[in-house]
Each structure stands twice: as structure tokens, then as C-alpha cells.
Design a protein around this ligand. Structure first.
Ligand SMILES: C/C(=C\C(=O)SCCNC(=O)CCNC(=O)[C@H](O)C(C)(C)COP(=O)(O)OP(=O)(O)OC[C@H]1O[C@@H](n2cnc3c(N)ncnc32)[C@H](O)[C@@H]1OP(=O)(O)O)C(=O)O
Length: 298
């Protein structure tokens, strides 16, 4: 019963939840062009030696996050660096926003390509209130459909989570040991430059990724937080490095524990028995699972 408000929750009562759920069904449509410059820049950020992209170059999976950027005016930005809430996204009164996960499916035979004119329709699919082990949570599920001149190319579900304010001495989510049976792995150093470059590429002003004073003193985390979409992109990139020619039909991921810039982390993968399904995951320097994902090849 995801919409029932447990008695242990404090900030959002059933009346407040009903107001937030009035956002369900709202939609917006944005248009963009798949241009070369962001593709070159992400390739460099991921430390790849790709050939120069040109019109018709296939956009790697998840690189569409370089487009449809949030062009809010400076006066529309809230304390956390995102747009003030209450526009397209509901005004959830829990201060700490995170990217929790997502599920994506690519249409066979219609890859996104450099040069495509693209359109994205986004709809607020649900607003749910949950009692998590870390405290009160509100999830906003946004469903996106991305089309190019040839029709539907991609459907995506994006889970955004909002957490209550940090409590003194609070612990993070209970940790789960990362699997130890990877077939391929890569070490990542999440320094400020990597985080800055990804924030800039995605025009993401969220302070948790670059403002150490804000993330430690206001949000109560020990360091800058590595973007969930960057880790997901690194997982798919790991697959592309180890399975030449890999193209995805589906990808789903869940961020289960924040990754901080204060230590290196690792991304891992292994094939499933069918040879088409891969498990991918992130592991922090303490050996805890940070992101779990499944990729299915086209
Ligand atoms: C960009 C950008 C922002 C970012 O990139 S932020 C960095 C990336 N995200 C993270 O690091 C999030 C890491 N995860 C967590 O901190 C915790 O997992 C989380 C989301 C706070 C939840 O922890 P809990 O331990 O409190 O949750 P429970 O395991 O007790 O589960 C309670 C219910 O919630 C559902 N749930 C939990 N995690 C997720 C998830 N990742 N995705 C979807 N749903 C989740 C769980 O299934 C439980 O639901 P029930 O219906 O079974 O009660 C930017 O902002 O732009």
C-alpha cells in the first residue's frame, strides 16, 4: 500500500500527500537536437578514445542525458541548486533530493543518432510516500518518451527520491556487501574534476555534486556525491569496453547507497547464463554495493 502514510512518518500527512499527488498526470514536452559537442565532451570525460562523432553516429545508451537539459533561469533556482519545486515537479517538502534509479527500453531499429531532431514528453506517473530504513521518503516517478524523426526511440522511467533533513549522527542506508564474482571491472577516481565535468555536461546545478560546504553542513553527507546517472553511464560504458559492439534493448538500475568523492570506487559486470543479460554493479572503497543494474543486449 505505497500511498498509505505510516504512523511513523512525520512531515507529510495524508492531506499533504494528496496535494502532491495532484501533480500525477502532468506532462511537458521539450525539443532538442543531438549535437556533436556534448558527445565529444562526454567521451573525453569517460576517458574514451572514440572516433570523432558526425551526423549519423549512433548515440551510446544513456548519453541522451546530455540533452533536454533544465534551462531554468537563475532566479528560478532553489537552495539545493535545482529548480525551485512546484513547477513540473511537485513541491515535495523533504529537502534532500536524489536520483534513485530508472528503467529504460530502446526501440529496436531506431537508435538515437547525432543529427537527430528529438522530442521528449515527460509525465509525472506517480508520487508515493514510504517509510524507508533511513527515514521518510517520497518517490516521484517520471515517465519519458523520446522520439526522433523516425518515431519512438526510447522510453524511460526515472525514480526521484526526496529524503528528510539530516539528523545529527544519522547513519547511511544499511550496507549490502558487493558481489565478488565480477568478470570485468574498472577503478574510478571520482575527483572534483570528473564530478564538475559531468555536472557541467548535464547542466545540473545540484550542489551535492560540487559544493562541499553545502553537502556536508546542510545535507549531512561526508563528501561530494557522485551523480547516479554518471555511475549508471560508467556501468554501461564498462559493458561497451568489455563486450565490443554491445547495444542495449533494456537497462534498469537502482542506487542503493551514495558514492562519495572521498575514496575511489569500482564498477563491475558479469554475463548471465543466456549471454544477453548482464549484471552490473558499483562498489565503494569499503566493499559495499552502491548501485545494482541489469542490462539486456538487443
Ligand atoms: C543527479 C541527481 C542526483 C543524484 O545523482 S544523487 C546520487 C545518486 N543516488 C544515490 O546515491 C541514492 C542512494 N540510495 C540511498 O541513499 C537509499 O537507497 C535511499 C534511496 C535513500 C533509500 O534508502 P532506505 O534504506 O531508506 O530505503 P529502503 O531500502 O528501506 O526502501 C524503502 C522503500 O523505498 C524503495 N526504494 C529504496 N531504494 C530505492 C531506489 N533506489 N529506487 C526505487 N525505490 C527504492 C524500496 O523498494 C522500498 O519500497 P517498498 O514499496 O518495498 O516499501 C539529481 O538530483 O539530479
Amino acid at each position: 500500500m505505497p500511498n498509505e502514510t505510516p504512523t511513523t512518518l512525520s512531515v507529510i500527512d495524508s492531506e499533504a500527500l494528496a496535494k502532491l499527488q495532484a501533480w500525477q498526470g502532468r506532462s511537458e514536452t521539450l525539443a532538442d537536437d543531438i549535437t556533436v559537442a556534448p558527445v565529444r565532451a562526454l567521451s573525453a570525460t569517460l576517458d574514451r578514445d572514440d572516433a570523432l562523432p558526425e551526423a549519423g553516429t549512433r548515440l551510446p545508451e544513456l548519453w541522451h542525458w546530455l540533452y533536454f537539459l533544465p534551462h531554468h533561469r537563475q532566479s528560478e533556482i532553489g537552495e539545493d541548486g535545482h529548480a525551485k519545486r512546484g513547477g513540473f515537479l511537485p513541491p515535495v517538502p523533504l529537502p534532500r533530493r536524489m536520483w534513485a534509479g530508472g528503467r529504460l527500453a530502446w526501440e529496436p531499429g531506431n537508435p538515437l543518432q547525432v543529427g537527430d531532431r528529438i522530442e521528449r514528453t515527460s509525465t509525472i506517473a506517480s508520487v508515493t510516500h514510504k517509510a524507508g530504513r533511513t527515514g521518510e521518503l517520497v518517490f516521484v516517478l517520471v515517465r519519458h518518451e523520446v522520439r526522433n524523426e523516425r518515431g519512438l526511440a526510447l522510453t524511460e522511467e526515472h525514480d526521484i527520491v526526496y529524503r528528510a533533513a539530516a539528523q545529527p549522527g544519522e547513519a547511511g542506508p544499511p550496507p549490502t556487501p558487493a558481489p565478488k564474482d565480477a568478470a570485468f571491472s574498472r577503478d574510478i577516481v571520482p575527483d572534483d574534476v570528473l564530478l564538475f565535468r559531468y555536472s557541467a555536461l548535464t547542466f545540473n546545478g545540484h550542489r551535492i555534486h560540487y559544493d562541499r560546504r553545502y553537502v556536508t553542513q546542510v545535507e549531512g553527507y561526508p563528501g561530494l556525491i557522485v551523480h547516479g546517472p554518471l555511475i549508471a553511464t560508467l556501468l554501461v560504458d564498462l559493458l561497451r569496453r568489455n563486450v565490443p559492439g554491445a547495444q542495449l534493448a533494456r537497462f534498469e538500475f537502482r542506487a542503493v547507497r551514495p558514492t562519495f568523492d572521498i575514496t575511489p570506487f569500482r564498477v563491475h559486470g558479469k554475463p548471465g547464463a543466456d549471454g544477453k543479460t548482464f549484471s552490473l554493479w558499483g562498489e565503494d572503497a569499503d566493499g559495499w554495493l552502491t548501485m545494482q543494474a541489469t542490462a539486456v543486449l538487443a
